[in-house]
Write a protein that binds this ligand. Structure first.
Ligand SMILES: Nc1ncnc2c1ncn2[C@@H]1O[C@H](COP(=O)(O)OP(=O)(O)OP(=O)(O)O)[C@@H](O)[C@H]1O
Length: 338
């Protein structure tokens, strides 16, 4: 659906050059919710604004739904942009227009007949749950309601792609979750590809299928959220995962008892999270064990569990126990050998 190929962006101001993006290559599949995470200044806004060509790359190509956006005339680009909606951190609503007028705005620009505009606005108000606020002005709405108007307006022209520029960063945690649930429902119901940028791992964990980690204008890690979240490779990714880590190394008790023990981290994903796999395997292997730390949570809607377990075994016996756990589909990482 979206291909960014060899994108670099160099800003020049006051004789100074800033390389905001360097050699970005990304492929976002149709129907995915794709997250881009990075610290402030990493280049997230610059990157997302390349998808609808609000920013032009210094080098490289942006292809959306088979169309090379970088090669279009101004008029053609305006047309293509109708198939890419966008929402913003500070909502960017027109304060002098009511909710329904804000939502109708892009439809009027597209010169849709009045009766169709009214029908579409009604549908969109229903979709985002704001029927009773149609005649309110933005100043009369909460942050979450304003973002709902932003979403309705972005969807007015029936886009194939929705870009979300820090869409929940100005909202409290509860409102954030309700907006994320709405985005997920829209993705499912309308099969719209969603690209979002954020500095919060919780946002990625809640709704994204895939994630790219941006650091200093470079993608340092990319993959399925479960892989990146449960096995972060890059230091920056590990920092982000730590934001929401239910398991931090700090909380694991230190080595207290002497003897032959092996400490492991076991990850369960999906249905196995609720199965007695650990107990069964340990009983079969006749290895006593202690659970030092554990959690069960969700990645999007997939349950996962992580346990830090101390096996009362070492050497061959520990290796065989770990192999038995792995043969049942569990991911086992050895933390310490004693
Ligand atoms: N118009 C511009 N002119 C010059 N430099 C710019 C411009 N826009 C962005 N930059 C620089 O490019 C880099 C990336 O900025 P960008 O806003 O994309 O980062 P970000 O990850 O979105 O940060 P934040 O989360 O703080 O918004 C920064 O060093 C920034 O100063």
């Amino acid at each position: 659906m979206i291909r960014l190929q060899h994108i670099s962006k160099i800003y020049e101001s006051g004789g100074q050059q800033t390389a905001a993006l360097r050699e970005i290559n990304l492929h976002i599949k149709p129907g995915d919710i794709f997250g881009i995470i990075g610290h402030s200044g990493a280049g997230k806004s610059t990157l997302i604004r390349h998808i609808n060509l609000l920013e032009r790359p210094t080098t490289g190509q942006v292809v959306v739904d088979g169309v090379d956006m970088t090669a279009l005339s101004y008029r053609k680009l305006q047309e293509e942009r109708r198939s890419i909606g966008m929402i913003f951190q500070h909502f960017n609503l027109l304060s002098s227009l009511t909710v329904k007028e804000n939502i109708a705005f892009p439809l009027r620009l597209a010169k849709l007949p009045q009766d169709k505009v009214q029908r579409r606005v009604k549908e969109l108000l229903g979709l985002v749950g704001l029927e009773s606020h149609a005649d309110s002005y933005p100043s009369q709405l909460s942050g979450g309601q304003k973002q709902r108007v932003g979403i309705a307006r972005a969807l007015a022209t029936e886009p194939k792609v929705l870009l979300c520029d820090e869409a929940t960063s100005a909202l409290d945690p509860q409102t954030t979750q309700s907006i994320l649930s709405l985005l997920l429902a829209i993705n499912r119901r309308l099969n719209i590809t969603i690209v979002l940028i954020t500095h919060e791992m919780q946002v990625i964990r809640s709704i994204c299928d895939r994630v790219a980690v941006l650091d200093g204008g470079v993608i340092v890690e990319e993959g399925a959220v479960a892989d990146v979240f449960l096995k972060p490779q890059h230091r920056t990714t590990r920092d982000f995962v730590a934001q929401v880590a239910d398991l931090s190394e700090m909380d694991v008790p230190g080595d207290r008892s002497p003897g032959s023990r092996t400490r492991v981290r076991i990850t369960f994903i999906g249905e196995q999270t609720y199965e007695p796999v650990l107990y069964e395997t340990m009983s079969e292997m006749n290895v006593p064990f202690a659970i030092l730390q554990g959690t069960i949570s969700r990645l999007k809607e997939i349950p996962y569990g992580q346990l830090v377990v101390e096996l009362h075994a070492s050497g061959n016996e520990a290796a065989q126990t770990i192999a038995a756990l792995q043969s049942r589909g569990l991911d086992v990482e050895v933390l310490t050998y004693e």
